[in-house]
Design a protein around this ligand. Structure first.
Ligand code: NAP
Length: 322
């Protein structure tokens, strides 16, 4: 098996290398790509040192079994179709192809089956969406979710290494915001992405559109507010849902226990508690009745929300297609 990792010097890229090794995936050959900025730097994979190469169109004019792509939307739009033309499977962390009806948008635990006999670009969903749908898909199967109201508390690392650097500089007193629209240190910023004419942000609409596509149910009424908080790693979400059928809390617990890679947790779970985990943590489940539910949802955004899901997509594709 031959693999390429594009954006290997980034937050998600470096984590994907870690997750590949944790899952003991040892390709016969592997290439690492970045922009010209990091090209030439060394990267370690299974105790061996590799040199990062600058990505060019020629780099992808051969068939890779899998390309793990995490270099942003514009890079993906330009390079993924070239790789697809040469017969490669591209697992793309950007939003470039998530809305494309011809490309699967995959959380393997939920809809991984659609990868059977598929070759080409596979979209990895937005980080906030992945951890939300993982906690909701079994409840949706059992009771039918009619409405979701979600507020996110998203870490600086969701904006990549530049986001982390900006928060760390602000802690040292350098406060000019560039990556975030306002100072993030000692603050909370209720804007992620750009505002659209409706007043919703692009990040909020990702949660709406991607949830519909992954759960294959466009009838769910979804109301998101996405907020950046001065946390380095780990996204939290307050999720309120309404269901079509009446539930009991015992049945909800049963659904969550059956949800793959979801952990029902006691007490108040915080991003620091779960850093480095591949699970999504659900806690503080509350209700006043038997048709609406509120809970707290926390996951490691770089792992669950990106790298781990990408590697899980690859493993599911391998399992289904030999
Ligand atoms: N961070 C998250 O929580 C998260 C979650 C889900 C999805 N994503 C998505 O994953 C992607 C990567 O995010 P990230 O957080 O890892 O960003 P990042 O830390 O800023 O890393 C970006 C990577 O892309 C490379 N790159 C930039 N321009 C390139 C070019 N023209 N050709 C080849 N490589 C290029 C960079 O290389 P250099 O080192 O040379 O600059 C770096 O390796 C984005 O699409 C992001 O939206 C991120």
């Amino acid at each position: 098996m031959n693999i390429a990792v594009i954006g290997a010097s980034g937050e998600v890229g470096r984590m994907m290398l870690k997750v590949l090794q944790e899952n003991e995936i040892a390709p016969d050959s592997i290439d690492f790509y970045s922009s010209a900025k990091s090209a030439g730097k060394q990267i370690k994979f299974y105790e061996k040192e590799y040199k990062l190469k600058e990505l060019t169109e020629e780099s992808l004019m051969k068939k890779y079994d899998y390309i793990l792509m995490s270099a942003g939307g514009n890079v993906s739009k330009k390079f993924s179709p070239i790789a697809e033309k040469y017969g490669s499977n591209i697992i793309d962390n950007s939003s470039a192809f998530r809305g494309d009806k011809t490309k699967p948008l995959v959380v393997p635990e939920i809809n991984g089956g659609i990868l059977k006999n598929y070759t080409g670009i596979i979209a990895n969903p937005n980080c906030s969406t992945i951890q939300m749908v993982l906690s909701l898909y079994k409840i949706h199967e059992c009771f039918g979710i009619s409405k979701i109201v979600v507020s996110t508390y998203q870490a600086a690392s969701g904006a990549g290494k530049k986001g982390i650097e900006e928060l760390e500089l602000q802690e040292k007193g350098i406060v000019n915001p560039k990556v975030f629209s306002k100072q993030l240190f000692e603050n909370v910023v209720p804007k992620i992405g750009d505002y659209l004419e409706t007043g919703f942000s692009t990040e909020e609409m990702k949660m709406v559109n991607e949830t519909h596509k992954i759960l294959n149910d466009y009838s769910i009424d979804i109301w998101p507010t996405t907020v950046r908080v001065p946390v380095l790693y780990g996204h939290s979400e307050s999720i309120y849902i309404e269901t079509n059928s009446k539930f009991t809390l015992d049945k909800i617990f049963e659904c969550l226990e059956k949800s793959e890679n979801v952990r029902l947790a006691d007490g108040d779970v915080t991003p620091i508690d779960i850093a480095g985990s591949d699970l999504t943590f659900v806690s503080r489940i509350r209700t006043f009745n038997n048709k609406s539910l509120l809970f707290w949802n926390v996951a490691d955004n770089i792992r669950v929300g990106a790298a781990t899901n990408a590697v899980r997509i690859m493993m599911k594709h391998m399992e289904l297609n030999g």
